[in-house]
Design a protein around this ligand. Structure first.
Ligand code: SAM
Length: 253
């Protein structure tokens, strides 16, 4: 059974490994998602300037607030709903051992911190980490991989087995390191239209790109040859630059 609110707390040795990957500095501000009992929050506060932590569980938030030093602020709320950019000073960093039951929507939201956050170090299920970090051509490559590739360099610096958590989750975990780029990898004029295109292109993974696009964007499906993209390819083989080219053509059609 999954824990309520995805509460799997990091053991001290795992926190140390995570901190060595994050390398916090005394002049840096952090936003933490899901501080829980403060396993990461408290050592981070000792090494950074400021930590703002968003916690949904009111009991954990109250308890942590009582024990936290003055440079920690606990924000009670749902990380999927609160204004995360408003909680993070420009150039700040984002960390968290994310609640796994909402890791994908949270990753989608955290991506919108490009232009505000410097980087993210977040623990997620290994399978989810691979979906975000995979390059084109791999079977894990999908919508989140393309969106993250547009805005960031993504790597997986650490992996953790279930024994690094209390209680242990059923799956293996990994840390995603996301370093935001100063400029996106490709020009995307209409971000919402770009995401709609990705949803259409990846709608049925086993189908060709042309077949997937035929329903949602028939004009674009017909223009694939003229855009230099073979419609017999599958969406999982297209780079973010190729998707941006398709989106620009769709926008201008
Ligand atoms: N950071 C702590 C640690 O590593 O020991 C706790 C991590 S635990 C995997 C996830 C934390 O996120 C829990 O404290 C849980 O209450 C909190 N949480 C769950 N859903 C949340 C949400 N939607 N918004 C903010 N926090 C949430």
């Amino acid at each position: 059974m999954g824990r309520p609110l995805g509460q799997h707390f990091l053991r001290p040795a795992a926190v140390e490994r995570l901190l060595r990957a994050i390398l916090p500095r005394p002049d840096e501000d952090f936003l933490e998602i899901g501080p829980g009992a403060g396993a990461l929050t408290l050592p981070l506060a000792g090494r950074a300037r400021r930590v703002v932590a968003v916690e949904l569980d009111a009991r954990l938030a109250d308890d942590l607030e009582r024990r936290a030093p003055a440079n920690v602020r606990i924000h009670r709320g749902d990380a999927l709903a609160v204004d995360l950019a408003g909680l993070l000073p420009a150039g700040g960093r984002v960390v968290g051992n994310l609640p796994y039951y909402v890791s994908s929507p949270l990753l989608r939201r955290l991506l919108d911190l490009h232009g505000r956050a410097r980087d993210l170090h977040v623990m997620v299920q290994d399978e989810v980490a691979r979906r975000v970090a995979s390059p084109p051509g791999s079977k894990e490559y999908g919508i989140l991989s393309v969106l993250y590739a547009l805005w960031a360099d993504v790597t997986i610096p650490l992996r953790f087995g279930p024994g690094s958590f209390r209680p242990p989750p059923r799956v293996s975990s990994a840390v995603l390191r996301v370093r935001f780029l100063p400029h996106p990898r490709a020009e995307v004029e209409d971000p919402a239209g770009f995401e709609r295109l990705l949803q259409a292109a990846f709608a049925r993974r086993r189908r060709t790109l042309e077949n997937n696009l035929r329903e949602a964007a028939p004009g674009l499906a017909r223009r694939l040859p003229e855009l230099g993209i073979d419609g017999a390819r599958r969406a999982e083989t297209l780079s973010v630059v190729e998707f941006a080219r398709l989106a620009a053509a769709e926008g201008g059609a």
